[in-house]
Ligand binder design. Structure first.
Ligand SMILES: [Fe+2]
Length: 65
């Protein structure tokens, strides 16, 4: 399933890039693996986008990613 509305799809992409950059910044400041943090940020909503349902998504996102 995917967003049919191009504006909503674009907002989803922007959200992922924003979260990914925030993860990279936090990882850098904490001297952690920036590349891994960036990937985690990009994948953090994978289950929500796949199912188009964000309810209880935190328990499913990490496993799917
Ligand atoms: Fe998100």
């Amino acid at each position: 399933m995917e967003y049919e509305n191009p504006h909503e799809r674009r907002c989803g992409y922007l959200h992922l890039y924003g979260v990914s950059q925030a993860c990279a910044l936090i990882a850098h400041k904490r001297n952690l693996n920036v590349e891994l943090a960036t990937m985690a940020g990009m994948l953090h909503d994978l289950h929500s986008y796949q199912t188009m349902n964000a309810e209880n998504h935190t328990e499913f996102e990490a496993e799917l990613a």
